[in-house]
Design a protein around this ligand. Structure first.
Ligand code: PLP
Length: 518
């Protein structure tokens, strides 16, 4: 018997090759399949399961019950499964590659954390279970609080905020309550916010009823101290300062800033979303901070992006801790309880209120504590050191081809401007789109607003030197191509993504949120 001696063909046959950017018959691009909306593929009369006929009941909806069809398209189980698996393959994720979004800390999420968060004893809890049955979960929250206070040196922590911005709101509400307790709510109305701040900072201050006064940056990208002194006065409620700031720079004068604000009778809110740069190196308490949120989903790893999940606990100084929101955790002789009601609080406590139905994001608490305990104090410090080292490595490798925004070293993220694209006809946005063709999620673009055409790169500590080198080589090659006049590579990009360039402005200004049959 003769055996087949030729294996699978390894070279392509024929000369048909769709042009990059060319159209296919199916609309799919390779094995990245075209995916219609559920409404386009599902049928109204189709249902994936058998329902028993409805019993005859008398509705008690006061005439509000639906009389027509619900109008949702039905799918079989494999159709539904494929739809969502295909969509999931359209996503870029930290599990696929380097995700250099500045101010987002997209680091690797250790699988150990996921495993622990999925333990039924944590994952299957109900927030309304009797407290005696969730002592282990409360002990986890207590241990997490201990770590957060130890890392920052602060006096108290409120765990209920469910995101960074929610944490800002919590901290600013504590400040508002403290000002109210001093009888100064009518007069202390102004909150100072540097122009490099994350957009959530001024939004939070406004939401809490304050007016916003912008602080310009000096030539080194930091708070301009002379202007700060001029702006301080008896009507200043607080400063909201990010450290390291969103230019990736440590605010060198932060102690002096805290003292000046305190002398003027105001409070110091620190945006701590960038803790990844200073964890284990800088004690927040020593900086004079009164309130600071910590984005557990950034520094302490959790898959995030696209709106969730998040957790933004707020550490508080002695001056603010009595105003922390309900519910809060009490530990008493190895018994843990959540104080839920104003009437049950200790004498000195004057909670400003309740921010959400329950106590916070349990799954995130477990992940964060697992991250902390598996790293240990020395490991957390090293994570910060490596995050800063990686950002500076990229800064050093890219500084001759791209344009660093400021001189000197950076913290955990490196900021560039679009000066290197001057006269090339290539915009910051074009450059970002060309990165997609190269397999990279773009860095944060056009933020912070203090420099022109900002490109903010945060590699995080979890990228290897090889990965950073591949990334730097790609950016250098793109920058050289732009300068050599290869405009088509940029203005038509992305050419290899499932979808080409979208009208992002129109999508944001007039979003189409409903579907109508064509
Ligand atoms: C991410 C971030 C925030 C907001 O955090 P969310 O969890 O997205 O609400 C605020 N400030 C800074 C500096 C950030 O990086």
């Amino acid at each position: 018997m003769s055996m087949n001696k030729t294996g699978r063909p390894t070279t392509p046959h024929g000369d048909y090759a769709p042009q990059s950017g060319g159209e296919t018959f199916s609309g799919s691009r390779g094995l990245a399949q075209q995916e219609p909306l559920l409404s386009e593929v599902g049928a109204l009369d189709k249902c994936g399961v058998d329902f028993a006929p409805l019993p005859d009941v008398t509705p008690r909806l006061g005439g509000m019950e639906r009389t027509g069809e619900i109008g949702l398209p039905g799918l079989s189980e494999p159709e539904a499964l494929r739809h969502y698996v295909r969509l999931s393959q359209r996503n870029f994720a930290i599990d696929l590659g380097l995700y250099p979004l500045g101010s987002c800390t997209m680091k690797h999420n250790p699988r150990l954390n996921e495993k622990l968060a999925r333990l039924p004893g944590f994952a299957d809890l109900h927030p309304l279970q009797p407290q005696s049955t969730v002592q282990g979960a409360l002990a986890v929250m207590d241990a997490l609080s201990h770590w957060l206070k130890a890392i920052t040196g602060m006096d108290a922590v409120a765990l209920s905020p469910k995101a960074g911005a929610h944490g800002e709101w919590c901290g600013m509400m504590c400040i508002r309550a403290a000002i109210e307790a001093r009888g100064e709510l009518e007069t202390r109305k102004r909150v100072l916010v540097p122009e490099s701040a994350h957009g959530t900072n001024p939004a939070t201050a406004a939401e809490c009823g304050f007016t916003i006064d912008q602080l310009p940056a000096d030539a080194s990208g930091r708070v301009d101290m002379d202007i700060l002194r001029q702006k301080l006065g008896p009507d200043v409620a607080a400063i909201m300062l990010t450290n390291p700031n969103t230019c990736g720079l440590f605010e060198r004068d932060i102690r002096a800033i805290a003292d000046l604000v305190h002398e003027a009778g105001g409070y110091f809110y620190c945006d701590g979303a960038n803790l990844n740069a200073i964890m284990g190196k800088t004690r927040v308490r020593d900086l004079g901070v009164d309130a600071m949120h910590i984005n557990l989903h950034k520094t302490f790893s959790t898959p995030h992006g696209g709106g969730g999940p998040g957790a933004g606990p707020v550490v508080l100084s002695n001056r603010l801790k009595d105003f922390a929101p309900l519910p809060y955790l009490c530990a008493d002789d190895e018994r843990w309880s959540l104080v839920e009601h104003d009437a049950d609080t200790k004498e000195e406590a004057r909670p400003f209120g309740r921010m959400s139905a329950f106590h916070g994001q349990m799954g995130m608490f477990v992940r964060a504590l697992a991250y902390m305990m598996s790293h240990g104090a020395d490991g957390l410090r090293q994570a910060s050191e490596d995050a800063v080292l990686n950002a500076n490595y990229l800064l050093a490798r890219l500084k001759d081809e791209l344009s660093p925004a400021f001189d000197g070293v950076c913290m955990h993220e490196a900021l560039f401007t679009d000066a290197f694209l001057k006269d090339t006809g290539v915009t910051t946005l074009d450059f970002a789109k060309a990165m997609i063709d190269e397999g990279y999620h773009p860095m944060t673009m056009y933020f912070p607003l203090v420099v022109h055409g900002a490109m903010l790169i945060e590699p995080t500590e979890t990228e290897s030197k090889e990965s950073l080198d591949r990334f730097a080589d790609t950016l250098i090659a793109l920058a050289k191509a732009a300068k050599a006049g290869d405009r088509a590579r940029f203005t038509n990009a992305p050419m290899l993504a499932p979808l080409r360039r979208l009208d992002e402005t129109r999508a944001a200004r007039s979003p189409v949120l409903g579907w109508e049959k064509a």
